[in-house]
Design a protein around this ligand. Structure first.
Ligand SMILES: [Zn+2]
Length: 610
């Protein structure tokens, strides 16, 4: 990036760009939460289509050549490269959300489009002497040159393989709109490649815009023809302009190389105006995005977010700070000590707080565990960790330990699930049930058996993917308090052993209230600081964990929190004694003391009827 393409943009433009970037980040999070599993399914189709295309190519060449080993080796080498290139088609799964293609037809059509698309890649590798693709993997050209020790021969073979892929793809294409679009776009691409070689005398803004429409937008259309050959998607006009913008940003990466080769580049054509031109593109594209319906709107904004990331990486808009380096892994655990977090993540890993329930100032700690101090609020009796890990550090740890993150405590939920579902049936006004932090999904399955229409959110991607096959569309990865829940209008929300993990429970309770229908029911379960378990085992009770659990409620403090968040009809739920094999002798002790087996505090609250 040369200094000449950086410019001081007017403050209102910079402000609008910053706002757009924030909106784009929210949209991207929403899209993942709401449609993540559907995108994954389309993604699987893309992977399968590339496999189909490569396999058919190999079979056809085998048949046509009568098993010629030279042809076979060549096509095998090309196949390796194509498998690796399949990530270049990974925009399609998101775009498929809008088009909703029939999976089999999408797979068939894509196996045609990808080959023509990849033939363009091989041609480009040859023309621009790409030996490394994105500095990561050797191209087919490079491998041929290496294995055959003859550059000219490797170039000839690359061009021939490019033609072979192109014809094989056209042979597979569906007659009608798909074939027509591919032919028209491929022709445009070739004219663009020729135009790129014209002398500087012809270069102008108009020339450049036409060039990237042919070289980049038409190139992308070859692939897109597998999804939406008639170009009916409401996203299509946005995408055409977006892929032109993507090339302008791409040009900024290495304008010197293009200058050396005498190739047109956004920097050499627009000079110092390039930042302003890209800013205009972004803002106008943002306007186009805002006029779309969901999910097209969020897909468009997500793409714009990627452009913003790129612009920032290039320092295009001047004032943007460089992206922080990704933090090193913590390599710590839920039972790690305060001092270990300090050593790994520094003083910035911690924050101090007053009572998260009533806001009173902390006094002196009542005990320590793992080096963390526990405070008891003199006003509402809530027990909490202060100073505590910053929530982002806790989340980082959670992400690192994702695969193993199911709370031991959730096991006890299985025992009570059936009883709880019967109880909820009695209290609920309707069937829509959301389980926040559903863990292994046991309650979701039980609730479904009781006739509830079940939805779940979970912070753990590993736990979500386990249940995808069964509940796919109704599950989402989401962090409470960050952005909106993907759904609303629930009759019941269940949240067991989640609230104690959360740094600021009050906004989360407000969010849950908003997600309930008037008269809807919230069921909360948390470890109880008034339980006999805590009285007997003290801080050795395994529910006392300052890294995982910031909050330690009792009935008084949790009732206070619910009231302050506008819940009403708050009542405590007792579970019946366990029977038969589940009942163990130690449980009698807690029952005889007036407690129960789990040491849980369970409350029901209701959203007022408006
Ligand atoms: Zn308090």
């Amino acid at each position: 990036m040369t200094g000449s393409s950086q410019a001081q943009l007017p403050a209102p433009t910079l402000h609008a760009l910053r706002e757009q970037r924030a909106v784009a980040a929210t949209a991207a999070a929403w899209l993942t939460a709401q449609h993540g599993s559907e995108i994954e399914r389309h993604h699987a189709v893309v992977t399968a289509a590339v496999n189909d295309a490569v396999e058919r190519l190999q079979q056809n060449v085998e048949r046509i050549s009568g098993g010629n080993s030279f042809c076979r080796d060549l096509v095998t080498m090309a196949g390796d490269y194509l498998h690796w290139l399949s990530w270049t088609a990974w925009d399609l799964p998101q775009l498929a959300l809008v088009v909703q293609p029939d999976p089999q037809r999408f797979r068939d059509d894509l196996s045609a489009s990808v080959l023509v698309y990849f033939s363009g890649r091989l041609l480009d590798d040859y023309l621009d002497r790409h030996f490394l693709y994105r500095a990561r993997r050797e191209t087919l050209l490079a491998r041929l040159a290496r294995e055959r020790g003859d550059g000219a021969e490797a170039e000839a073979l690359s061009v021939l393989m490019s033609l072979l892929l192109c014809f094989e793809g056209l042979r597979n294409a569906r007659a009608g709109a798909q074939l027509d679009t591919i032919l028209e776009s491929a022709r445009g691409l070739l004219v663009g490649i020729l135009m790129e070689r014209s002398g500087t005398a012809e270069w102008s803004g108009e020339f450049y815009e036409r060039l990237i429409r042919l070289k980049n937008v038409d190139y992308w259309r070859i692939l897109y023809a597998a999804l939406d050959a008639e170009e009916r998607s409401p996203l299509y006009p946005f995408l055409c302009r977006y892929y032109a913008l993507a090339q302008k940003l791409n040009d900024l990466q290495d304008p010197a190389r293009d200058a050396q080769q005498g190739r047109p580049n956004a920097v050499s054509i627009y000079h110092g105006d390039v930042a302003a031109i890209i800013a205009t593109d972004l803002l106008e594209l943002g306007q186009m995005a805002s006029e779309l319906d969901e999910p097209a709107r969020s897909i468009a904004l997500t793409k714009l977010g990627e452009s913003h990331d790129e612009a920032e990486r290039l320092g295009l808009f001047g004032d943007a700070p460089p992206a922080p380096a990704p933090p090193a892994r913590l390599e710590l655990f839920w039972h790690s000590e305060y001092a270990e977090f300090y050593a790994r993540a520094g003083a910035g890993a911690f924050e101090t707080t007053g009572c998260p329930i009533c806001g009173s100032a902390p006094s002196s700690p009542i005990f320590h565990k793992q080096g963390f101090a526990y405070q008891r609020c003199p006003r509402c009796t809530h027990i909490y960790v202060a100073p505590r890990l910053r929530p982002e550090v806790q989340k980082r740890l959670g992400d690192e330990l994702d695969a193993a993150s199911e709370d031991e405590f959730l096991q006890t939920q299985k025992i009570y699930a059936d009883y709880l579902c019967r109880l909820l049936r009695k209290h609920a006004n309707g069937p829509r049930l959301l389980d926040v932090g559903y863990g292994s999904g046991y309650l979701l399955r039980t609730a479904r058996a009781h006739g509830f229409d079940v939805y779940g959110v979970e912070t753990s991607r590993a736990l979500t993917s386990k249940l995808d096959a069964m509940l796919g569309r109704n599950l989402a990865v989401a962090h409470l308090g960050e952005g909106e829940l993907p759904w609303g209008s629930f009759d019941v929300i269940v949240m067991t052993h989640v609230l104690e993990h959360i740094a600021e429970p009050r906004p989360v309770l407000a969010q849950l209230l908003a997600a309930l229908n008037p008269g809807g029911v919230l069921y909360l379960a948390v470890p109880d600081s008034d339980s006999w378990q805590f009285r007997i085992f003290g801080k050795e009770w395994d529910a006392v964990n300052p890294v995982a659990h910031y909050q330690f409620f009792n009935e008084t403090s949790l009732t206070h929190a619910l009231r302050e968040s506008q819940f009403e009809s708050i009542s405590r739920v007792q579970m019946p004694p366990l029977k038969g094999k589940l009942r163990q002798r130690w449980m009698n002790l807690f029952r005889s003391l007036g407690g129960d087996e789990s040491g849980e505090l369970r409350l029901l609250g209701r959203r007022p009827r408006d």
